[in-house]
Design a protein around this ligand. Sequence first.
Ligand code: 9MR
Length: 458
Amino acid sequence: MKVRNLRRAVCAAAAAALLVAGAAPAGHAADGPVLRELAAAKGVYYGTAVTASKLSGAYASLAGGQFGSITPGNEMKWGSVEPARGSYDWSGADAVVDFAEAHGQQVRGHTLVWHSQLPGWVSGGSWTADALRTVMTGHIATEAGRYQGRIDHWDVVNEPFDEDGTRRPSVFQTVIGDGYIEDALRAARAADPAAKLYLNDYNIEGVNAKSDAMYELVKSLKARGVPLDGVGLQAHLIVGQVPATLRANLQRFADLGVDVAITELDIRMPLPATDAKLAQQKADYKAVTQACLAVARCAGVTVWGFTDADSWIPDVFPGQGAATPYDEGLRPKPAYFGIAEALGWSGGTGPVTGCAVTYTVQNQWSTGFTAQVTVRNTGSATIPGWRLGWSWPSSGQRVTQAWNATVTQSGTAVTAANASYNGTIAPGSAVGFGVNGTWSGSNPAPAGFTLNGAACSA
Ligand code: 9MR
């Protein structure tokens, strides 16, 4: 069953305006495409992982407004819900499920059996096979039973394989043996008969040894009548490296009689993000979304955090990040528009076909200056979000403050990104922003500007 929830994001990104400095005018989000509606019209869901403690303000508006499915990033893991044996904390998991219901969203339960974020009393216990099986199936009965009827998809077993396609030697594998996976699936079906039951893993997006192993497992489980409804491909990807075999791989799983889903999509890049890397990332998000749409049994796509402010990547891959569709200030990145385009949005996604920039120094003193910048869309297509780039002619020029845009500087290269409320520039319209800066030596106007990578007349 595919999601049919239709809900309009009301002023989804309002209050998301983050400026380097300066007074933010009372902002209202520019209307942007609503991913959950576009996806529903295509018969799939578009989801996101969330962090329960962040579900307020602009973060909640976007999570609730843009996405049709929610996955708790950590709150349903065994270590979160039963850190000590028999001592339960459902607060985070309840908060996420309540949020989803309040916003008419599906829920992906994540995850019942996993080697990581497992309480020490489970991973470090000395178990017989029967004792651990009883504890594992009891955990599934308790958690899946608590949320029975409220979870659309359960990641029942997460990451069962090593890279070479052998079984990962988790405590479950080591103590119970190969059969722990079917024991877990049967327990989950008994606890919540309506939930779609998934196996989930990473690095199985393309055809390789690990996805071959998952394929053989699914084939064997289905042949023996074990309850299994889907395979989740996490898709923690690298910019420019979407596996060429993604669509064919999704299809071969589907051909075994299971659904498939992209469950943890993010696409990381070496920092800093540049226009070129963000453009490639847009193409990559688009390609992954298109691959799902091309496979009838692909249920949907979930991004693993929708904002760079809530992504695991920088913590685990130092120097890398910018992996999600919204930046740290909750502004939509090109990737967001790539997803929307893949989902059939045609509301003015054309490239920048013409732009003109005026740069006026309004005030200058011995060490500082104030400049006003105006960006005009002289082309024929609506610009759905903008990043204006320029280089200072003098190494002594530096931006110290900005308003109506977020401005960052690296060396002499400057990038100004739209605020949440002035991202859309209709043909013939203009937006303006201001900067304060310091200078030494000389303070000439920049010689050239790029808008989303396209050169503008100055
Ligand atoms: O996003 C999760 C992060 O906050 C946790 O610190 C991390 C701990 O392993 O788990 C992250 O989520 C993982 C998911 O549960 C399973 N696939 C890999 C994800 C990224 O590590």
